[in-house]
Design a protein around this ligand. Sequence first.
Ligand code: GDP
Ligand code: IMO
Ligand code: MG
Length: 422
Amino acid sequence: MAVDVLLGLQWGDEGKGKIVDVLAPQYDIIARFQGGPNAGHTLIFDGKKFVLHTVPSGIFRAGLKNLIGNGVVIDPITLSKELDQLDAAGVDYAGRLFVARKAHLILPTHRLLDAARENAKGDRKIGSTLKGIGPTYMDKTGRNGLRVGNVEAPDFRERYERLKQKHLDLVGLYPYIEFDLAGEEEKWFKAVERLQSLPFVDGEFWINQAIDAGEKILAEGAQGSMLDIDFGTYPFVTSSNTITAGVCTGLGIAPQKVGEVIGITKAYCTRVGGGPFPTELHDEVGEFIRKEGGEFGATTGRPRRCGWIDLVQLRYTIMLSGVTQLVVTKVDVLNKFETLKAADAYRVEGELSHELPFDLCHENYEAVYTEVPGWNTNLTSVKEEANLPQACLDYVAFLEEKLGTRVSMVSTGPDREELVMR
Ligand code: GDP
Ligand code: IMO
Ligand code: MG
């Protein structure tokens, strides 16, 4: 069986958690392949709301297995809090939540370093979630990291102390910031014990055996394609490959094992943190979308920047990931517009271009918009395609034509049930 992939095509928060939860019953395994607790995936059903950071979004579906893959970076403290949340909700995850031994651990001092470095950057800061993501991936590629499998070894404490000391030496290069290291360490070691209560697996063997046994797998992306370390708006990106290519290295599967690639986009666009955002609205329209869409970060609570959908950007990320079908979320947020705008080209140095320029941070460019009619109707909670207003169907058809990819789902509200399958 192939491994299907679901990932965000913009700057994150496209509604990945919701859609994974909806699709999960069609699969045997849901696997996270990159990122860490910088992710905040919201799931709403039966009047309850859950936000997951490390745990895959298939956990609420009984009987389903969930894997935290080797490409993920894990903060045991955050994971432990997520398990508390599941316990409180009576979710039985025993024997259903697996952790790859090769996943790297986020230490308290990774978070300290993240904070110290961001603080020192002043107005050039990335707007990191400060979860220690950058420093942990740096230690991974720098070949210093600690992995989940290491916690079982007798020299774990020693290795921890060595890495911590290296971090403390580095922190000394930056202006002082407040951090209760002793308190955080105490919580961390307790949380490591909790982590050890979950089954550790050699993820690459585990998943390939599942593939050979005919099990159906969905790989759940975190962040968005424009935050990809290679192809995003560098340096305003995260530290992992968020595109389909990341599934292979983040789970240990070969490229020919990848099946459907489901790309998610909002009906508009948002970004949280610093960095270029060509279609950002700095006016009352942007403010209106933020309010209607409840656009505040699921992990940090920060207000998200809002703007129109960017087709140039989407064509780029669809190309990078080989997207085979699209999901358009949050169409209900645009209920009250007479007309909508979509960037279909950029003017770069005066010339019209349909490709993203090399460096969105510095190039001289502007988005060129096409206007389309809005539906100006309340379509919140619509579940049947036949009940979508014609202008909304036309908007979907417009996206399909401009993006050369079919739209298989339209999301009309945050709840699991609020979805049109096409
Ligand atoms: P993720 O990181 O991609 O999983 O997305 P987040 O959970 O960070 O952000 C998406 C937000 O939009 C959450 O608050 C969801 O509950 C909400 N949401 C998802 N789909 C829809 C939708 O179709 N309409 C509305 N109004 N909200 C949605
Ligand atoms: P989900 O999975 C939106 C952004 C941060 C910052 C940049 C780098 O919920 O879509 P990092 O903490 O990785 O060092 O931050 O990336 N960012 C996200 N934005 N959704 C996310 O995840 C994000 N994860 C990181 O705001 O600009
Ligand atoms: Mg999110």
